[in-house]
Design a protein around this ligand. Structure first.
Ligand SMILES: Cc1cc2nc3c(=O)[nH]c(=O)nc-3n(C[C@H](O)[C@H](O)[C@H](O)COP(=O)(O)OP(=O)(O)OC[C@H]3O[C@@H](n4cnc5c(N)ncnc54)[C@H](O)[C@@H]3O)c2cc1C
Length: 388
């Protein structure tokens, strides 16, 4: 395979870099908690006029219709700079699902708000008793005249406390086999009967939530696609969620910063970079970073050939998320006692990012499908091993 990008793609890369240098000079806020959402909202307003909120979407829906490799270039540069990724679920999964299954009216109602950066969405799939085994979800939607009435509970709903709308799965036929009685709804978060209760994560941030539905009315126009066919639409979006190609360039930036720290720091008179353990660890992390990039590129080449990545996307998900944990752990060790300092400490090094990342990366092997579930997919669909 030829890994060289075309002159046009490289010119696009330069355009994004220049834009980010001007509009995001210090990079994203990292994991600085509550200000993060406001920062992201403001940043999206800078992207909107360039159609860069959802540049891969077709032009008619507010994107630029970028090709697959231009997408890679775009995601790599954004991720390297630490650009905020708010409304990712709307841009990455919901929007394409509406394009595929929505009515013209649903497209007109929902897509422009996403590409203008004005309407924020959250993803209401998981429930207290339905995570890995999502199809056993219990939230009910019962037809009532022109409406459906929704009752039940979602959990781990990222950004629900900031979101204007939610896309959720609810059971519409309790008597059907579990995958066949689920429908996909689009619901205004201001509807009466919705309660959002933030959950605080290990990094002391309110990132995800419990969302309760107490007889919430959703009009029939909020049903996306066919009744009872929601499962199949949702799984198509989950494949998109796992095949993200941006992962490794955010890590590249962190690894560059860590390498620079190691070069300039002495401990007890010895340069960190001269310690064999440190050197070996860094070399290993750089090699793994490239593996991560090439695994992602493999997914892109499959898509380029018109194939739908499946277990290949799971390989990327497992490797990238576990790599993120290895990198943050190594960073914490190399930073020594500095590694424990919160970004707000005046003594924090590397903007305290490794401390934040170490705490938050614990969740990345769980979110969007756990590593165990990805390994099951790789074993059965990739290696053809028996299910039990
Ligand atoms: C940071 C974060 C953000 C999230 N955001 C959202 C969101 O916005 N919207 C949303 O709907 N959900 C969200 N989730 C939920 C996420 O999708 C679930 O946590 C995940 O699917 C796992 O489900 P669970 O937590 O119920 O764990 P469980 O499914 O109960 O799993 C518990 C353990 O058992 C293992 N296990 C389960 N089944 C099997 C099996 N068949 N084989 C082997 N091992 C198995 C799992 O790997 C895990 O280790 C988020 C989660 C996190 C951590």
């Amino acid at each position: 395979m030829d890994f060289t990008f075309t002159p046009k793609q490289e010119a696009f890369r330069q355009e994004i870099r220049t834009f980010l240098r001007e509009r995001l000079p210090d990079g994203g806020p990292g994991w600085n908690g509550e200000n993060e959402f406001e920062f992201a909202r403001t940043f999206l307003q800078k992207l909107a006029p360039k159609r860069w909120i959802a540049p891969v979407w077709p032009e008619e829906y507010g994107g630029l219709g970028l090709g697959l490799w231009e997408q890679v270039v775009f995601n790599e540069e954004m991720s390297y700079r630490g650009a905020p990724v708010t409304n990712l679920s709307a841009v990455g999964y919901l929007g394409p699902t509406i394009m595929m299954y929505g009515t013209e009216e649903q497209k007109r109602q929902h897509l422009p708000g996403i590409t203008s950066g004005e309407v924020f969405w959250c993803q209401g799939y998981s429930e207290p008793e339905a995570g890995s085994d999502l199809a056993s979800l219990q939230t009910r939607a019962v037809a009532d005249g022109d409406d459906f009435i929704i009752s039940g509970q979602k959990i781990w709903t990222s950004q629900a406390h900031y979101s204007d709308w939610i896309f959720l799965l609810a059971r519409t036929d309790p008597d059907a086999p579990k995958h066949k009685g689920i429908s996909y709804f689009l619901l205004d978060m201001k509807s009466p009967g919705i309660t959002v209760r933030p959950l605080i994560n290990m990094g002391n941030q309110a990132g995800f939530n419990e969302v309760f539905f107490d007889n919430v009315r959703v009009p029939r126009s909020g049903l996306l696609g066919e009744l009872n066919r929601g499962w199949y639409m949702a799984t198509a979006t989950l494949d998109m969620e796992r095949s993200s190609v941006a992962g490794s360039s955010g890590s590249r930036r962190s690894l560059e910063e860590l390498t620079a720290f190691v070069r300039e720091t002495k401990v007890n008179g010895r340069r960190l970079q001269d310690l064999p353990l440190v050197r070996n660890k860094l070399a290993e992390l750089w090699i793994e970073l490239n593996i991560s990039k090439f695994l992602s590129y493999r997914v892109v080449t499959l898509q380029e050939r018109g194939l739908m990545p499946n277990h290949e996307a799971s390989i990327v998900k497992v490797f990238n998320s576990e790599y993120g944990q290895r990198l943050s752990r190594a960073g914490l060790h190399m930073l020594g006692l500095y590694g424990q300092l919160h970004p707000e400490s005046p003594y924090a090094r590397l903007r305290g990012r490794f401390e934040r990342w170490y705490l938050i990366s614990a969740a990345i092997t769980i979110a969007a499908g756990t590593s165990e579930i990805q390994r099951n997919i790789i074993a059965t669909r990739g290696l053809g091993l028996p299910r039990n």
